[in-house]
Design a protein around this ligand. Structure first.
Ligand code: FAD
Length: 406
């Protein structure tokens, strides 16, 4: 009858609470979340939410009754300010102390700041929460021109939603290509062409020097080459950093996230960490890394719940992710990188193609599929099976996909 406390009621924390009950956990479960809302899904916030196509009911993870039925004490609007590992309690902002036998840290990540003058002006925003998304949606209602700083997934999804709403959009990206950290050059080039065709003004290899304003409100974005881009709203989407301050202050091992084992354990046997905040082993790639995805949040929720309930560890999952921009769906499995050659199947100019990342032993390591769900599904299975393929057959769309495996 051990008592588990979960800090952070996001995708990972709420899923872990529900999974513990599903696994037969008998003890108390307390789920503490700083946001005022019930736990919800963030992916729609940069997509359907901005276009007004979905309400909170459509993004909520579970209704309030479910937590009651499952005997999960969910406390929204409740911030944890310290961990006392010696006494095994978490301390809340009102000074209350909540004891635990086992503690799960699921505090997520937050948008990285842009360290330039003017970043604090009114009209310069980031996107992480429902409150942020509401604010951005109402600004987009009256904005003439949106400048997006950062050509990553969130920035590009917001750019696509803003174009759908008829706004002028400029995307400023420091690297020479979009999605430089997370996608292959073929996928980057496809998205650059797509956004340009939809009227987005792309500025690549462009660094922001400062954000200018008048009467406290943003008016322009200044680049290091002297260009000034007029702006009514600026979305800063330059990555996220882990919310690991509590763990660091409590002396847990951290290095770009809280370091955890394959069962989500930290270096304190009674403390676990899951989701965006954790730096975890990457079984299909070797080494460790931080993953920011729904799949990772759910996988680690299952891992920690199995570990606490004394159940066998679930089989490792291949990481996967998706992005929706305009009518185009990108699905990725595995983690691009390492020594691979890339094999293209399909034609990017037709808006349907997949890039397979093949290791030196001909096994599939990653796949990026644009409007090609079968290639994504099969690629994901191949990665899990460490399956070898014939690159020549894979590149030939006249050969059935399954016949490319050897
Ligand atoms: P979060 O969901 O961030 O939850 C952490 C929670 O902990 C927050 O509610 C926070 O307020 C709370 N918290 C933090 N500190 C404290 C504290 N001290 N006390 C109490 N509570 C605290 N992933 C995909 O796979 N596909 C997508 O298309 C996709 N799109 C995205 C779009 C947007 C706009 C964003 C922001 C993210 C997107 N993601 C997407 C990423 C995905 O949403 C995250 O990986 C996922 O939410 C991580 O879950 P988490 O529980 O670790 O963190």
């Amino acid at each position: 009858n051990r008592n588990v406390v979960i800090v952070g009621a996001g995708h990972a924390g709420a899923s872990a609470a529900l999974q513990l009950r599903q696994n037969g956990w008998q003890g108390a479960i307390t789920l503490l979340g700083a946001e005022g809302e019930l736990p919800y899904q963030r992916p729609p916030l940069s997509k359907a939410w901005l276009k007004g196509e979905v309400s909170f009911d459509g993004v909520v993870l579970r209704k309030a009754e479910v937590y009651q039925q499952q005997r999960i004490a969910l406390r929204c609007g409740c911030r944890v300010v310290a961990l006392d590992r010696g006494a095994k309690v978490v301390v809340l902002s009102d000074g209350a102390r909540v004891p635990y036998d086992a503690l799960i840290l699921a505090t997520g990540s937050r948008p990285r700041d842009l360290p330039v003058p003017g970043a604090g002006l009114d009209g310069v925003v980031t996107l992480r929460t429902v409150a942020d998304a509401d604010g951005l949606r109402s600004r987009l209602g009256s904005t003439g021109r949106l400048v997006v700083i950062g050509g990553g997934y969130i920035g590009l999804e917001v750019a696509s939603a803003a174009r759908a709403l008829g706004r002028d959009v400029v995307v400023v990206e420091r690297e020479a290509r979009l999605l430089a950290r997370v996608a292959s050059p073929e996928v980057s080039d496809f998205y650059a062409a797509l956004h340009a065709a939809r009227g987005v003004d792309l500025r690549l290899s462009a660094a922001v020097e400062a954000i200018g304003g008048r009467d406290g409100r943003v008016t322009e974005v200044m680049l290091t080459d002297g260009t000034a881009i007029p702006a009514d709203t600026v979305l800063v989407g330059v990555g996220a950093i882990p919310e690991s301050a509590l763990a660091e202050a409590a002396g847990l091992a951290c290095q770009d996230g809280i370091r955890v084992s394959s069962t989500c354990g930290t270096d304190d046997p009674d403390i676990y960490a899951i989701g965006d905040v954790s730096r975890r082993p990457l079984p299909f790639n070797g080494g460790a890394g931080r993953l920011e995805s729904v799949q990772n949040a759910l996988e680690q929720a299952r891992q920690v719940a199995a570990s606490l309930c004394g159940l066998p560890a679930p089989a490792p999952e291949v990481p996967w992710f998706w992005s929706d921009q305009y009518e185009v769906k990108l699905q990725l499995a595995g983690l691009p990188g390492g020594e691979v050659r890339r094999v293209m199947r399909g034609v990017s100019a037709e808006g349907r193609f997949a890039v397979f990342h093949i290791g030196t032993d001909d096994t599939v390591r990653a796949v990026e599929a644009v409007n090609m769900p079968a290639e994504f599904m099969t690629g994901r299975q191949w990665i899990a099976q460490r399956r070898a393929v014939s690159p020549a057959r894979l590149a030939d769309v006249a050969v059935g996909l399954k016949d490319a495996a050897v």
